[in-house]
Design a protein around this ligand. Structure first.
Ligand SMILES: [Zn+2]
Length: 296
């Protein structure tokens, strides 16, 4: 089943709902970073929330980056998604496996609560917009809800969840955002409060096979779907791009890579892909550089 994000409105446009299935995206992220269960859930929740936010972007090249650093054992968790539905990200320590007393994965404990959630919106303007909020529980959903309340003045219910199989593969992942639009009536507020009290974990609903639009309709009978977006794990890095980065290094550093006979090994931190450049390739880069300098 393909991942997707459904955007809907209810109560005459006073409530906006996003529901997403992100199982395949989170599974790709887990495999790329060789994550253990709790790290996989933490990264998967961040990717899901960020991808849902990015589904509102107008242009494919616009992007949103979310960074959570709660000083827990998982370290910094970063997720980035663009207006074309591509998402990528990483977690400081992919090997965290922490379980709560009730048997659930201890995502909050892994991320920690001593820090902030930052959201950077790059809309192609001179300056990106950055919003920051204190981490509440480290469970991600609560933290995004708090962020929306204080940084964007949008009362929100945020649920993001990842179910991990015993072999660490992803059984189901998804997210739901329920947001009150400005000027929402008392009736709309009451309805959202009622929905919040009966909200089931979105990952369980996805695992049961519900489509995102069915999840929306489950809570808001009058909801109408106003948009649908694809979402996928895709980094977009390339050998060419890293070759370009090598070219900007100092001549003496490049010369050193040639002289020690090892060349260069560069890792993309977003997708964990390694790019190797032999001493001969570095020599060619150095040669191109000198040629360009002579021309310049
Ligand atoms: Zn990459």
């Amino acid at each position: 089943m393909k991942d997707k994000i459904v955007i809907a409105q209810a109560m005459s446009g006073q409530v906006r709902i996003h529901a997403a299935r992100t199982t395949a995206m989170v599974e790709e992220a887990r495999k790329a970073h060789h994550c253990m269960a709790t790290s996989a859930a933490a990264l998967g929740r961040m990717l899901s929330a960020t991808a849902i936010m990015a589904s509102d972007l107008k242009n494919p090249q616009e992007k949103i980056t979310s960074i959570m650093n709660g000083h827990g054992p998982a370290g910094t968790v970063l997720a980035q998604a663009d207006g074309a539905g591509n998402a990528r990200g990483f977690i400081g320590d992919p090997s965290v496996y922490l379980v709560r007393e009730d048997g659930h994965l201890a995502v909050g404990q892994a991320i920690g609560t001593d820090g902030t959630l930052s959201v950077i919106k790059d809309l192609g303007l001179k300056e990106p917009f950055t919003g920051v909020a204190q981490i509440q529980s480290g469970e991600v959903g609560d933290d995004f809800a708090f962020y929306f309340a204080i940084s964007e003045q949008t009362p929100s219910i945020v649920g993001v969840g990842v179910l991990v199989n015993p072999d660490s593969s992803i059984a189901a992942a998804g997210g739901i955002f329920i947001q009150l639009m400005p000027g929402a009536s008392e009736e709309a507020i009451k309805k959202c409060e009622q929905v919040a009290s009966v909200l089931r974990p979105v990952s369980s609903l996805i695992e049961e096979g519900l489509e995102p639009e069915e999840i929306v309709k489950m809570y808001f009978e009058d909801a109408e779907v106003i948009g649908e977006r694809d979402v996928r794990w895709h980094c977009g890095c390339s050998r060419e791009r890293f070759r370009g980065a090598l070219k900007t290094l100092q001549v003496k550093d490049l010369q050193e890579m040639i002289d020690d006979g090892k060349g260069a090994e560069i890792r993309c931190e977003y997708c964990n892909t390694y790019y190797n450049f032999t001493p001969a390739e570095i020599a060619a880069i150095l040669e191109e550089r000198s040629a360009e300098n002579r021309l310049g």
